[in-house]
Design a protein around this ligand. Structure first.
Ligand code: FAD
Length: 487
């Protein structure tokens, strides 16, 4: 069968590979000039910058893609285990290393609050139970039938999926700083820890089970090697191809219209472009499924991201590979970002320093960084073009005053991405970082179904569909679609 995959994020790439392994004639279409979606890489003067994902969890999902063709990932890529996984720096003076060594972590917790040691152990046990069901059982299973949702609803209730991640963590830990350390995970997939279902506490158990890795050469190297795998195996890749519309016949997609390029007639379409964009832009408004109509109108979207890319002409050896820099407010700041949708004076930062692990990202004696700041998405009217450089300066100043002394003197080649760039580059509604938010009422059956309810040859993979955002999520969505198509 002729399968056309639209969009080359990790969800699209994994689908193209899986469908090719099943023997189909596969074409991958991408609007941008390189494949990888959010995992593109910027090469600027002397510095390399991964633009999106940096943290690899659940590495087995990448190994599987090579194994489908009896190849070995290790022959092409090196995944380096990190230690610490994350270093937390709070402006209130609190510091915490989230490390693979359990005893080392427990002794840090003990020095903060003795009672929280026991609390942490109980919390981890519960997170592992959630992981067994929420990840191992459900993440790669089709959820487009209401009967599946009904079958698993008692499990979700038993695991108190109606609680937020913050409520979950707070029921085990007393120290407020530790509560923040162990509840930030939803932000990694675009959710507010105070509103995201405690099912997402499974991320903590997932990190504990398989660890956290960095791909040498960065995510772009992973994308390159997956691209080479696709080319070796005969997937046709067409970059600079922007899909504009679908022509339909009865309840099938019969033709894909591509801007300034010949159209393509598919047997099956797998859309990796955001489902809301697909429904809004490619399809006749009268013929969209009820579910997708509802989401188009009422969905809650993930936050926007302001990302600062820069080099430094000096090395900051004390800065870990991944740092979470926590500003003065937590709940209130998240409320400003997700609910009030205002750009606050304060912020928190995820700081990426790939040169801590891979020297090739910067010249000798220099470092490469990106600083990612969660901000409101474009549902807020923030004049990003006007304010972006001033906002960047504030972030640089805050880093310079704390963990990166004299940053202003050594900073080199700074550029930024705002939510507007996310919207333009990836065609993401409201320029959000992670598609629709991972709240309970937008998860599993409630998220855009992996198989369209109306068009029988249209399927969805990627962050906007089940199971959701994050690299493991979108790689699993490709497994779900493979299961639906191939039974
Ligand atoms: C800054 C940032 C940091 C992150 N860090 C991490 C991390 O460390 N670890 C982790 O696990 N996750 C992380 N994530 C989340 C993760 O990167 C994403 O959830 C995931 O990569 C999204 O993949 P996707 O398959 O949904 O496709 P996307 O990456 O969203 O790609 C979709 C593709 O579709 C293309 N497209 C859209 N419309 C059209 C069209 N009309 N025609 C043709 N092509 C089209 C787009 O150009 C794009 O290439 C991060 C995300 C961001 C933004």
């Amino acid at each position: 069968m002729k399968i056309v995959v639209i969009g080359s994020g990790f969800g699209g790439i994994a689908s193209a590979i899986r469908m090719r392994a099943k023997g189909h004639d596969v074409t991958l279409i991408e609007k941008l000039d390189q494949v990888g979606g959010r995992a593109q890489q910027f090469k600027r003067d002397d510095y390399l910058h991964d633009a999106g994902p940096t943290v690899i969890t659940a590495p087995n999902l990448f190994y599987e893609l090579f194994e489908l063709f009896n190849e070995r990932l290790e022959d092409h890529l090196e995944f380096k285990p990190l230690d610490p996984w994350y270093r937390f720096y709070f402006v209130n003076g609190f510091e915490f290393d989230y490390v693979p060594d359990r005893e080392k972590m427990l002794s840090q917790i003990e020095s903060i609050n003795l009672n929280d040691v026991d609390g942490y152990k109980k919390m981890l046990k519960r997170a592992q139970e959630i992981f067994e069901i929420g990840y191992l059982k459900l993440a790669d299973q089709p959820f487009h039938k209401l009967s599946t949702m009904i079958r698993y609803a008692p499990d979700i209730l038993r695991l108190k999926g109606y609680q937020s991640v913050y409520q979950f963590v707070s029921s085990y830990l007393k120290d407020e700083n530790l509560r923040q350390v162990f509840s930030i995970q939803p932000l990694l997939v675009g959710g507010n820890p105070f509103q995201t279902s405690s099912i997402y506490a499974l991320i903590h158990a997932l990190e504990q089970k398989w660890g956290i890795y960095f791909a040498m050469g960065g995510m772009a190297k992973v994308v390159d090697e997956l691209k080479n795998l696709m080319l070796r195996q005969g997937v046709k890749i067409k970059t600079n191809h922007e899909v504009e519309k679908f022509e339909t016949s009865m309840n099938s997609i019969s033709n894909i219209i591509i801007k300034n390029k010949p159209s393509i007639k598919p047997d099956i379409v797998i859309a990796n472009a955001d489902p809301i964009t697909v429904n809004n832009n490619f399809l006749d408004k009268q013929k969209i499924s009820l579910q997708n109509r509802f989401l188009k109108k009422y969905a809650k979207h993930s936050m926007g991201l302001f990302v600062l890319f820069f080099g430094t002409k000096a090395k900051y050896n004390k800065v870990a590979h991944h740092t979470i820099w926590m500003g003065p407010r937590y709940r209130e700041l998240l409320n400003d970002i997700f609910n009030k949708k205002i750009l606050a004076e304060d912020f928190s930062i995820y700081l990426h320093r790939p040169t801590a692990t891979d020297e090739t990202f910067a010249p000798k004696g220099a470092d490469s960084f990106y600083a990612l700041v969660p901000v409101p998405n474009l549902q807020a009217s923030i004049p990003w073009e006007e304010i972006k450089m001033d906002y960047a300066k504030k972030i640089v100043k805050a880093l310079s005053k704390t963990i990166m002394p004299n940053l202003e003197d050594v900073i080199d080649d700074l550029f930024v991405m705002t939510p507007e760039n996310f919207k333009d580059s990836y065609m993401t509604p409201h320029g959000s970082g992670f598609s629709i938010a991972p709240i309970l009422t937008q998860s599993a059956w409630f998220r855009t179904h992996n198989k369209d309810d109306y068009y029988k040859n249209l399927f969805y993979v990627g962050a906007g569909t089940h199971p959701g955002a994050g690299v493991p999520g979108v790689l699993n969505s490709a497994k779900v679609v493979e299961r639906i198509i191939h039974g």
